[in-house]
Design a protein around this ligand. Structure first.
Ligand SMILES: Nc1ncnc2c1ncn2[C@@H]1O[C@H](COP(=O)(O)OP(=O)(O)OP(=O)(O)O)[C@@H](O)[C@H]1O
Ligand SMILES: [Mg+2]
Length: 253
């Protein structure tokens, strides 16, 4: 589904990503782990068009993405969340969803004022899609809450719902459980599985080893901008280079 080849990006001489290649197969959960500063978010930012790669190619369902802006990549079917939650906190949950749903094809003001049939149909369809996604995320009864009134775990799940609003077939999650309580992590794990079970492919950056080891089909390990390992969880757990990279940082569960 996604083929990343020789991807590279430097910042002021620091090689954030130094020639990384990997593939994601349709329907799998692929996780990317690695110590702080390993280049994980930079890789995400290149795949989603937020950073222009210095070199390399990113082919999604046969189409080269390198050089496309973020909105074109979102439209191609890649949704993402951010390491730090990015929501419109003054808007309600449903309004946050509407912003995402309309970013590809805005409703015209005149259409909205005149209540034109096409605009009304659009609104009905948007509300249907919103309700469907909020239900998947366990937020069905929170549609009219102001986003800032949601718990931290709920805000994370709203971000996921929003990332899926434009019919993403590949979902990139950057540390979705960062700062969560164990109970919230459990809900997030179930939610990621639920997303995958609907046929959406998941690419996950995560530091929570328990979650990574239990949820991933395969794991890519990054360190200092390079891929040091790629395998199934049971192999990654005992991989010498991985254990070395994590030495003194945290245990690989
Ligand atoms: N916009 C930027 N400008 C300058 N340097 C950057 C930028 N983005 C990333 N870097 C640098 O690139 C390197 C990799 O950072 P990146 O955020 O990709 O790591 P990460 O693996 O996501 O780390 P973490 O687990 O802490 O989130 C770091 O040295 C970082 O300081
Ligand atoms: Mg990061």
């Amino acid at each position: 589904m996604l083929k990343v080849s020789d991807l590279a990006k430097s910042f002021a001489g620091v090689k954030a990503v130094a020639g990384v290649s990997f593939e994601i197969a349709k329907g799998e959960i692929l996780s990317m782990i690695g110590p702080n500063g390993a280049g994980k978010t930079s890789a995400f930012n290149m795949i989603t068009g937020f950073y222009a790669p210095d070199a390399g190619s990113i082919v999604f369902e046969g189409r080269e993405l390198n050089g496309l802006p973020p909105h074109a990549i979102a439209k191609a079917g890649i949704g993402r969340t951010f390491q730090n939650i990015e929501l419109f906190h003054d808007l309600t949950v449903r309004e946050n969803m509407r912003v995402a749903l309309q970013c590809n094809s805005p409703v015209t003001t005149i259409g909205a004022i005149l209540r034109m049939p096409s605009t009304v149909r659009r609104e009905i369809e948007e509300n249907r899609r919103t309700d469907e996604l909020l239900k998947m995320m366990g937020l069905a009864d929170k549609a009219d809450y102001q986003s800032s009134a949601l718990s931290y775990g709920e805000q994370r799940r709203l971000e996921m719902a929003r990332a899926l609003a434009t019919d993403a077939t590949l979902l990139l999650l950057d540390e979705p459980t960062a700062g969560m309580t164990p109970a919230e992590v459990g809900i997030m794990m179930d939610t990621i599985r639920k997303v995958r079970d609907t046929g959406i492919t998941v690419f996950l950056i995560e530091h929570n080893m328990k979650l990574v080891m239990s949820i991933s089909d395969r794991i890519v390990v990054m360190d200092h901008g390079v891929k040091i390992a790629e395998d199934v969880p049971s192999e990654i757990r005992k991989h010498p280079a991985v254990l070395r990279a994590y030495l003194g940082e945290e245990e690989v569960a």
